[in-house]
Design a protein around this ligand. Structure first.
Ligand SMILES: [Zn+2]
Length: 305
């Protein structure tokens, strides 16, 4: 390239070159270097930009491809941490409250589902707030949830009572224990002035009109999966899948279950349930069960492998 350019840039370079004089070749190098460097620089920027585009766009294509092969059946999942605010739920021998344990587990589950499950995850409460039972059901229905899981800890007068039990809805409780558990969890409704359930006639009226009927079969399936996984992983007595008239499950227009993750009234289990390690274990187990349930649903709707 010629250096007689009239541009100020080249004039400065020329002057520098003239000052040195000693090496005219160097002058030529200085003058011709910038365009070569510019070309290289532009090439590198373009390459870098292309790499960036590839980096961000490729996962999108990957997800699209995966979804095209295996559409997600569970698009929205609502996780309900029982109780909250003035409603503490059951209280353990050392004063640990059910509302705190179930919120911690619900948050861990949401975290895991958000990371590993391509679905919209909603918590009925994110903090220590009292949410009426009917409001929880409403949140699930308004979000058009494909699955509703209510998390609780159990309570019993017998200190040694232990183990997991998973419920789905029915008017008739499957046994005396189930009736007692539902009565305890429904008691919450009395804390909210609007949703008082005083007698079984009211329950019956609601159940007559319940939307949940359509989903009972699927609710029983997810209940079985949760019960088997959680009971195996946590140990203790496998108390099985049960049915009872839980207010929070009534009117839910999707598969809906309530899981009692252990007895907070059992001194050993109170300690275990409050530990980070066991809460992680429960969240992992529920994640696994939800994934298992989705496989069941996929087979049902014809996406079977
Ligand atoms: Zn509870």
């Amino acid at each position: 390239m010629k250096i007689q350019s009239s541009s100020p840039k080249f004039q400065v370079m020329s002057l520098r070159g003239v000052k040195r004089r000693s090496n005219p070749l160097k002058l030529q190098e200085i003058a011709s270097a910038p365009p070569r460097n510019d070309t290289l620089f532009i090439t590198f920027v373009l390459l870098y930009f292309l790499l960036l585009v590839f980096y961000f766009v490729s996962p999108v294509f990957a997800i699209d491809t995966a979804e095209a092969k295996e559409p997600h059946v569970l698009k929205t999942i609502v996780i309900d941490a029982g109780h909250g605010g003035d409603d503490t739920g059951a209280i353990g021998p050392t004063g640990i409250k059910e509302k705190d344990i179930v919120l911690a587990v619900a948050k861990k589950l949401k975290d895991r589902l958000s990371k590993k499950f391509n679905a919209h995850i909603v918590l009925t409460r994110e903090d220590d707030t009292f949410i009426p039972l009917e409001e929880r059901t409403k949140i699930a229905n308004e979000n058009k949830a494909d699955l509703f899981i209510s998390i609780h800890t159990n309570a019993a007068f017998r200190k040694g009572a232990n183990g997991v039990e998973t419920y789905f809805l029915s008017f008739d409780a499957s046994d005396e224990d189930a009736r007692r558990v539902a009565a305890f969890e429904n008691r919450v409704a009395d804390l909210d002035g609007k949703s008082q359930i005083k007698d079984t006639d009211n329950l019956k009226a609601i159940l007559m009109d319940m939307t949940q009927t359509e989903y009972l079969n699927e609710s029983s399936q997810i209940a079985e999966i949760i019960q088997n996984n959680l009971s195996t992983e946590l140990g203790g007595e496998n108390r099985g899948v049960k049915q009872a008239p839980f207010f929070v499950l009534m009117g839910t227009a999707m598969p809906a279950v309530l899981v009692e993750i252990g007895f907070i009234t059992n001194p050993q289990d109170e300690k275990r349930l409050a530990s980070n390690e066991i809460q992680d274990m429960i969240a992992n187990s529920l994640l696994k069960s939800i994934a298992g349930f989705e496989e069941v649903l996929k087979i049902k709707v014809g996406y079977a492998k």
